[in-house]
Design a protein around this ligand. Structure first.
Ligand code: SF4
Ligand code: SF4
Length: 206
């Protein structure tokens, strides 16, 4: 038996579509499904049929559950390739980022917990110092990942993860792609205040 198609329902579609458009700053309704974005998506091999245009269609049809939990939202690397190809200047990277934030706010079980932890660690480090310090950021990320594995007593996974990251870190360091210095932006207080304000605005809107 084939699954039934999602039916268009303005009552369900409009509030969700409006929220995504407002928060991402992208005019999703301008998408005419030409699939130029899909043809060039960097993570297309990993996300299978879940292409940027399908994500947009999902939001437009008001399928909130699928829009907040699909491979593209969790695997998009924000390379902006799709946006540069889009004839309507739709930046899917901003849409995936918005949906990821909404999924976190709504405590949706992340399809890829490591991506969520990476994202959390990046924001945490960036907001604290106004710059992301790679060593600190990786430390936060590894602690979050280890804590999750420890909760289910998966200690082997913790050891394997630390070994893998140490190997990767060493390779990057040798190729001068990793910096051990510590940087902080002079405007970090303003960045913190802006972040706090954005969080408050999101809470008020909910
Ligand atoms: S390239 Fe732009 S208009 Fe075409 S399908 Fe993708 S998002 Fe829609
Ligand atoms: S920004 Fe995301 S959706 Fe767009 S091409 Fe890059 S990985 Fe794909």
């Amino acid at each position: 038996m084939t699954e039934s198609a999602i039916e268009f329902s303005p009552e369900r579609t409009t509030p969700f579509l409006q929220e995504v458009m407002e928060r991402s700053g992208q005019m999703l309704t301008a998408c005419y499904q030409c699939r130029r974005c899909a043809a060039g998506c960097t993570v297309g091999d990993e996300t299978g049929c879940f292409t940027p245009n399908l994500l947009i269609r999902t939001v437009m049809l008001g399928d909130r559950e699928t829009a907040l939990s699909n491979p593209l939202v969790w695997k998009c690397v924000s390379c902006y390739t799709c946006g540069t190809r889009c004839p309507n200047d739709i930046q899917t990277a901003r849409i995936t980022e918005t949906l990821k934030k909404m999924a976190k706010e709504e405590h949706v079980e992340p399809m890829m917990p490591k991506v969520k932890e990476f994202h959390d660690a990046f924001v945490e480090s960036g907001v604290r110092w106004g710059r992301v310090n790679e060593v600190e950021f990786m430390g936060i990320y590894e602690s979050k990942a280890a804590l999750r594995e420890a909760k289910v007593k998966n200690y082997d996974a913790i050891v394997e993860e630390i070994k893998a990251q140490a190997r990767l870190g060493l390779t990057m360091f040798k190729k001068k792609r990793m910096h051990t210095g510590f940087l902080m932006a002079s405007g970090r207080r303003e960045i913190k205040a802006l972040y706090k304000k954005a969080q408050e605005m999101t809470t008020i809107d909910q």
